[in-house]
Ligand binder design. Structure first.
Ligand SMILES: Nc1ncnc2c1ncn2[C@@H]1O[C@H](COP(=O)(O)OP(=O)(O)OP(=O)(O)O)[C@@H](O)[C@H]1O
Length: 559
């Protein structure tokens, strides 16, 4: 029987004779109208966000999709993907990975959590229940610190996550590890209209009791620069939002305690968040006498020093001046207004990034396989991982963050081309099976355009080293080196714009702020000042490496 395209009855789109965009969309739309959100296309599962609770994730469905014999006997489901990965892990003993991709708000994070819950369900009741709960609870905890409200999604992940689940050779879950990457730390100091900075800042004001707020020197939330709405709206637009944040504060504080954070750890988190709020309130004025800057109001500076146990004079000097070593001597130069502002914001971003990495690290310590497994760890552990990464982005204004996300997606597409098309073709050939050559557009040239020795990132790094460079000179550099590349676009009449024909479409980038974001300057005297903090953790966070003490070994880059 031939099933008509658009009937909403085709569970696997790869069985269609005509595989063009229009047919795919027609069928997906028809299925969605029938309330079917999942559809296969070969080994890939397409999920369409229902934006409402469906009762398809109950225990009954977990049981139904456990050890599925024949996929076509059941309606397509996310649990089938999870079940397949788990079964292949147990049977082949080879590491498995599920990549979840899609645009912001598509439902990646929710899908990831559902996948994890099903794998945990499959891995059996005999497992360590406490560990299983801890693994499930770490996701919302990371969301509290790594997610924020954006125009696309009230709870948008502003970092990429790679969650590795570890199993014994009999398929019992014994631990997990989170790798974080591409945290959008620029959001700490800046966010667009209708958006917010990271959730926990708001939870803090709504959740802490009055005396505790005073203990952290926290006042009316409207007085903090980084919380302010650029359009003048209230930090908490209404009572119900405040109540929601209060509830989230209590929930996350409980989770932190349950997963094993000590009271001291939790207090440290609140201290660092409070310090960031005060630090970003420091304002500078031009000093006519020295041609440098001075700090307008000492109060926020004093509070930062109290909270982080820093030497006030040293922090002041580190914020308003910089030093170079010339012939073995320190030569101090004063910062101008913009440099001092950038330096203060760079410190706030660094503090948040290091705090986030530390939280991930603590979580990983709490999730790691216990010593019994660790001793023979290499021999016995099997891994099944879930990659939750932002999909391709093309906004009205595309900045450095979009460039990094889109390049990460180019890499994923490249991997997909290599493994799905080329490798399958090779396998067929090795087995002597004849197959038609699959036509696809390679994006190898794009990877070269970004990552090559004279590629966009190398040019950006080179320009970032010139003190006199600016965003216009950077774009000029891109133009002169890349203008002949077929994927590169040189727009007319805009000094800071350049465009790229990505695999998913054309994107024009606005290079304003690229150099500052890429330099991400934390001057040596700031690092030295933080390294001398009277709080061991702060000093540790700034002395582990000069730069980022990432929790992850595979951190790709950070914004
Ligand atoms: N399977 C689902 N069932 C019901 N609602 C869902 C489902 N998936 C997603 N949603 C809804 O869509 C919202 C956005 O989903 P989610 O946060 O997972 O998107 P995302 O792709 O991770 O976005 P971002 O890239 O911005 O982090 C969720 O808060 C939830 O309300």
């Amino acid at each position: 029987m031939v099933i008509k395209i658009g009937s909403g009855e085709i569970d696997d789109l790869s069985t269609l004779n005509v595989l063009d965009e229009e047919s795919l969309l027609r069928e997906l739309r028809a299925r969605y109208k029938k309330g079917i959100i999942y559809t296969y296309i070969g080994d890939v599962l397409i999920a369409i966000n229902p934006f409402k609770q469906l009762n398809i994730y109950e225990k009954q469905q977990h049981d139904l999709y456990k050890y599925v014999q024949y996929r076509n006997q059941l309606t397509p489901h996310l649990f089938w993907v999870a079940d397949q990965a788990y079964r292949k892990l147990c049977l082949s003993k080879r590491p498995q990975c599920i990549a979840v991709s899609g645009e912001s708000g598509a439902g990646k994070t929710e899908s990831t959590k559902l996948i994890v819950s099903h794998i945990i369900h499959c891995s059996g009741d005999a497992g360590d229940r406490e560990l299983q709960n801890r693994i499930i609870e770490t996701s919302p905890l990371l969301e509290a610190f790594g997610n924020a409200q954006t125009c696309m999604n009230q709870n948008s992940s502003r970092f990429g996550k790679y969650l590795q689940l570890n199993f014994t050779d009999t398929g019992r879950i014994i631990g997990a590890k989170v790798y974080d990457y591409l945290l959008e730390k620029s959001r700490v100091v800046q966010h667009g209209p209708g958006e917010r900075t990271f959730h926990f800042f708001y939870y803090l004001f709504a959740g802490l009791e009055k005396e505790t707020l005073e203990y952290f020197y926290l006042d009316d939330p409207e007085t903090y620069r980084i919380l302010k709405d650029p359009c003048g709206g209230k930090v908490f637009p209404n009572r119900s939002d405040f109540k929601h944040c209060r509830q989230m504060f209590n929930t996350h504080k409980d989770i932190m305690q349950r997963v094993g954070f000590t009271n001291e750890d939790i207090n440290m988190v609140f201290t660092i968040l409070s310090a960031i709020l005060h630090l970003t309130n420091i304002r500078f004025s031009h000093d006519d006498e020295t041609d440098g800057v001075y700090i307008e109001d000492e109060y926020p500076l004093e509070v930062v020093c109290n909270l982080l146990v820093l030497d006030q004079e040293m922090l002041t000097m580190a914020l308003i001046s910089t030093f170079n070593m010339t012939k073995g001597e320190r030569v101090i130069s004063l910062k101008n207004f913009d440099q001092a502002n950038d330096c203060r914001d760079a410190l706030a971003k660094a503090l948040y990034e290091r705090l986030f990495s530390w939280i991930v690290k603590q979580i990983n310590t709490l999730l790691q396989p216990n010593r019994r497994y660790n001793q023979t760890y290499d021999k016995i552990y099997r891994t099944c991982s879930i990659l939750d990464m932002s999909g391709f982005e093309n906004f009205q204004v595309n900045s450095f963050e979009q460039l990094c996300i889109n390049v990460a997606n180019e890499h994923l597409q490249y991997y997909f081309n290599e493994h799905i098309f080329l490798k399958e073709e090779q396998d067929y050939r090795t087995e002597g099976v004849s197959c038609e050559k699959v036509e696809f557009q390679s994006n190898e040239d794009l990877i070269e355009l970004f990552m090559g020795t004279l590629g966009i990132f190398a040019l950006l790094d080179e320009e970032s080293r010139f003190p006199k460079a600016n965003d216009e000179s950077l774009v000029q550099k891109f133009h002169s080196h890349c203008k002949n590349h077929s994927r590169y676009i040189k727009p007319r009449g805009n000094e800071t714009a350049f465009g790229i024909h990505h695999y998913a479409g054309k994107v024009v980038y606005d290079a304003r702020g690229f150099l500052e974001k890429n330099r991400d300057n934390l001057s040596a005297n700031l690092i030295e000042c933080m390294g001398k903090s009277g709080i061991e953790l702060i000093s540790h966070l700034f002395t582990m490496t000069d730069g980022i003490c990432h929790s992850s070994d595979i951190a790709m880059s950070s914004m």
